[in-house]
Design a protein around this ligand. Structure first.
Ligand SMILES: Nc1nc2c(c(=O)[nH]1)N[C@H]1C(S)=C(S)[C@@H](COP(=O)(O)OP(=O)(O)OC[C@H]3O[C@@H](n4cnc5c(=O)[nH]c(N)nc54)[C@H](O)[C@@H]3O)O[C@H]1N2
Ligand SMILES: Nc1nc2c(c(=O)[nH]1)N[C@H]1C(S)=C(S)[C@@H](COP(=O)(O)OP(=O)(O)OC[C@H]3O[C@@H](n4cnc5c(=O)[nH]c(N)nc54)[C@H](O)[C@@H]3O)O[C@H]1N2
Ligand code: SF4
Ligand SMILES: [Mo]
Length: 733
């Protein structure tokens, strides 16, 4: 900390001092300095979407330690290593403590907040005036709070006139969003975590739950029905090894396999006719469509045995409560939306939805991906509304008390289209908040080339050292989880609060306060006169949710969230009296969906191969994903804990099957070069039969991995297909 204070003294220009001492002069009002005073306070974790509750233990408002909350319906007293170590990354030496601006010599140098803001707003305005209002864009993050996402979305679109805003949830959840919207009429994951314990058949598709959602895996292990646990994953993951049935299907053969399961269920009349006729539409067309997808055909396409496919169909039929879960093995694919819908189709046709232990359930990734999906004002207008609907625009304008022509009447470009806009010279200014695409974006080499063409590139992050921050023209120092207030929405639709239990280092400010500052310097501060504290904005978010499927008007305030251990949407209270909601709720118990006719839709499309498949030059399929439960994404946070460091390999490793290792002539620990059409990287070999011959696996946490990936996108969700490209392996010399 003392280093930060020195920096503060050294670099605090008079304007910055003025900002910190007289915030009102900057439209900031009183900077909320609400460090929680009591000895222990409760907050949700800031890594994954499980949303575990953690108790921070405080001395003079400063968290000195934390433990998982003993009694809480989400994590039942447990936390994974990241949760236990959540405070440590806040103390890292590479925290950004002052704004940094690139000087004429190309060096990032500390500047005052006033200078930073003048430059940011000046450059973005200049670009808009020269190249048109749509020549600047922003990308947000599922790791900032709902209130911050709402602020960024309102400021960007209504205040600054920026039409194109997207976020890192595109890399992650977009396919689920579109699949649900089309099938259910709203982006509505139906489950509650108790479903993991109440199923007798649990089908996990492209999910490595034991690593990526370790506490949800613990919930599976608590299931007393002696459940069948089925894993569909090309690799024998930690989750697959613990399953009762593992189907190591060929990469990207899910769609054919899922259609053939439907084929078998129909052929044997193992379907719920009552549910289908009462609650769904499109079944007849669906039945005809899946007729050619025989088990033989699926076996040929997926490399699985016919008997295994039939065995799974039988399990689904025999199960009393069957739940289907999916994650990135589905969402990150070239036909991801249809694959997710093929899972939804199975749940619908067997009536496995709306009852305990059932559901077509997409598990979310980041702690607040759900907040981003509903309230970031990027792909959908606030509250899951439609930018293209005049009624929806009018409703939002009325709630926010702004002129309706401030609301764009067309949708934003998707992330990859913003990148394409940079390529084509249409986008000249980019503002990133809480995401690190120089590491995480698909075909990273191209992205890193392209951002050099930007006229002004702003990165707002907790650390000045990220691959992306190092490339910025302006770096804005942000407070992180634990240093600010707000809400996250977890995978089961539960709102939970985060709290300020640490002071941000140096001059770093919460994203919320940075947005207030931007509004002031842009000259649209009056639009946000009411947006003074996160809790005030929570009340605005409540209004934006009113009458929507995600209605939360019954949640009184943050205190109510604390008292109830979080509250799932929807919650509009009981007849005006907010009351206490039940601790667990699932959607669609009445068999009615959010579509116009209240029926869920069967949706299908002919499967097709991915854009890049192995050939003689690049004979292996490269799979990527999470490596360990101690590593988070691009490692800006998890690499800062010495405890977590001990739980994962320091350098990049390639998982290679023994047969393939013999073919290449390498053993465990040897160095290899992995080459795709886009780049070449080095890794050490880890020989393991968890990957099949012809397939290799690289964990995404190491910065070089996305040099190899092939930029292909689902046509409906525009989500990148991170999980399949063709590579060659050579002995490194
Ligand atoms: N420890 C840790 N936990 C995390 C994260 C983290 O970085 N670290 N990130 C969080 C986020 S944002 C997300 S989105 C989730 C991701 O959670 P998961 O999706 O569970 O994690 P992944 O490892 O990306 O992918 C899951 C599996 O998909 C498999 N797969 C690859 N191709 C296919 C295919 O064609 N079909 C099928 N069926 N499977 C395939 C891979 O082999 C992999 O085992 O994790 C969250 N939790
Ligand atoms: N090859 C491959 N690539 C992948 C994937 C894969 O499976 N394979 N998975 C994809 C998926 S699912 C995801 S979600 C993405 C994740 O990709 P990213 O979003 O790029 O990953 P993170 O490392 O989580 O980046 C978050 C950044 O925000 C910063 N940060 C954290 N908290 C705050 C805050 O409160 N405010 C601000 N301003 N900054 C903050 C962190 O320091 C970090 O730099 O990666 C994708 N990339
Ligand atoms: S499982 Fe997810 S929410 Fe729970 S402690 Fe680990 S990272 Fe945090
Ligand atoms: Mo994700």
């Amino acid at each position: 900390m003392s280093g930060n204070h020195n920096l503060l003294r050294r670099w605090q220009g008079p304007m910055t001092r003025e900002l910190l001492q007289k915030p009102a002069a900057f439209g900031l009002g009183k900077v909320p300095e609400r460090l929680v005073p009591n000895a222990t306070t409760r907050m949700v974790c800031g890594f994954c979407s499980t949303g575990c509750s953690l108790d921070a233990h405080l001395v003079d408002g400063h968290a000195v330690n934390l433990t998982p909350t003993a009694v809480h319906s989400v994590n039942l007293g447990m936390a994974c290593p990241k949760g236990w170590e959540a405070l440590t990354p806040l103390e890292a030496a590479d925290r950004a403590t002052v704004p940094l601006l690139r000087d004429e010599r190309g060096v990032l140098r500390p500047v005052s907040w006033r200078k930073a803001m003048e430059r940011f707003c000046g450059e973005f305005r200049r670009i808009q005036e020269t190249h048109g209002p749509d020549s600047v864009a922003w990308l947000g993050s599922g790791q900032i709070t709902t209130e911050e996402l709402a602020f960024l979305g309102a400021l960007g679109k209504f205040g600054m006139g920026i039409r194109h805003g997207d976020g890192n949830t595109r890399q992650c959840m977009a396919s689920s969003v579109v699949a649900y919207k089309q099938a259910f009429g709203f982006d509505a994951p139906p489950f509650t975590y108790a479903d993991f314990e109440q199923s007798d058949v649990i089908v996990l598709v492209g999910s490595n739950l034991a690593i990526a959602h370790p506490i949800l895996w613990q919930r599976v292990l608590r299931n007393r029905n002696n459940p069948q646990i089925v894993v569909l994953d090309p690799r024998t993951t930690e989750t697959a090894s613990a399953a009762t049935l593992h189907l190591p299907l060929g990469p990207k053969s899910d769609l054919v396999l899922l259609y053939s399961l439907a084929h078998i269920l129909i052929a044997r009349d193992w379907v719920d006719h009552g549910f289908i006729s009462k609650s769904t539409s499109g079944y007849d067309a669906f039945r005809k469509f899946v007729a050619p997808f025989t088990p033989d055909f699926a076996a040929g396409q997926s490399g699985l045995k016919v008997e295994v496919i039939e065995q799974l169909a039988e399990m689904i039929h025999n199960g009393k409560a069957v739940s289907f879960w999916w994650t990135m093995g589905v969402n990150q694919g070239h036909e991801a939306v249809r694959t997710a819908q093929a899972i939804i189709n199975l749940a619908l046709m067997t009536g496995n939805i709306g009852r305990p232990g059932t559901g077509a359930n997409s598990i979310t990734g980041q702690c607040n991906a759900m907040g981003s999906r509903l309230f970031s004002n990027t792909t959908s207008l606030f509250g899951g509304r439609d930018f293209e609907s005049a009624d929806d625009r009018r409703a939002v304008a009325d709630i926010l008390n702004l002129s309706v022509d401030r609301i764009p009447d067309t949708n934003s470009l998707a992330y990859d289209e913003i990148v394409a806009g940079i390529r084509e010279g249409r986008i000249k200014g980019l503002w990133l908040v809480g995401t690190n695409p120089s590491h995480s974006w698909i075909h990273q080499g191209e992205f890193n080339e392209l951002i050099r063409n930007l006229e002004f590139f702003v990165v707002q992050d907790m650390y000045h050292s990220t691959e992306t921050a190092q490339r910025a023209d302006l770096m804005l120092p942000a407070a992180g989880w634990g240093e600010k207030e707000g809400t996250f929405i977890n995978s089961e639709r539960r709102f939970g609060v985060i709290k300020k239990v640490r002071r941000p280092p140096g001059e770093a400010m919460s994203d919320f306060d940075i947005f207030r500052l931007v509004a002031h310097f842009w000259g649209c501060g009056e639009l946000f006169a009411d947006w003074t504290t996160p809790e005030r904005v929570f009340q605005i978010v409540k209004q934006l949710s009113a009458g929507r499927p995600c209605d939360i008007t019954g949640i009184r305030d943050y205190q109510a969230l604390d008292d109830c251990g979080g509250i799932q949407w929807p919650w509009c209270g009981n007849g005006g009296d907010a009351g206490n909601p039940p601790t667990e709720r699932r959607l669609f118990e009445d068999g009615r969906f959010f579509t116009e006719d209240q029926r869920a839709r069967f949706l299908v499309e002919t499967p097709r191969p991915p854009g890049e498949v192995p050939d003689s030059q690049f004979p292996w399929i490269l799979l990527t994903g999470r490596g360990t439960s101690a590593q988070w994404h691009t490692q800006s946070r998890t690499s800062k804990s010495q405890i977590l460091q001990k739980l994962y390999p320091a350098g990049l490793y390639l998982e290679l099957n023994p047969e393939d290792a013999a073919r290449v002539g390498v053993g465990t620990g040897d160095r290899v070069r992995i080459t795709s059409r886009r780049g070449s990287i080095h890794a050490s070999v880890f020989i393991t039969s968890t990957v099949r011959p012809g397939q290799v696996f690289l964990p995404m946490h190491y910065p070089q991995v996305n040099r190899l990936t092939y930029a292909e996108f689902d046509p409906y969700s525009r989500q990148p297909s991170y999980k399949s490209c063709a590579v060659r392996i050579d002995v490194a010399n």
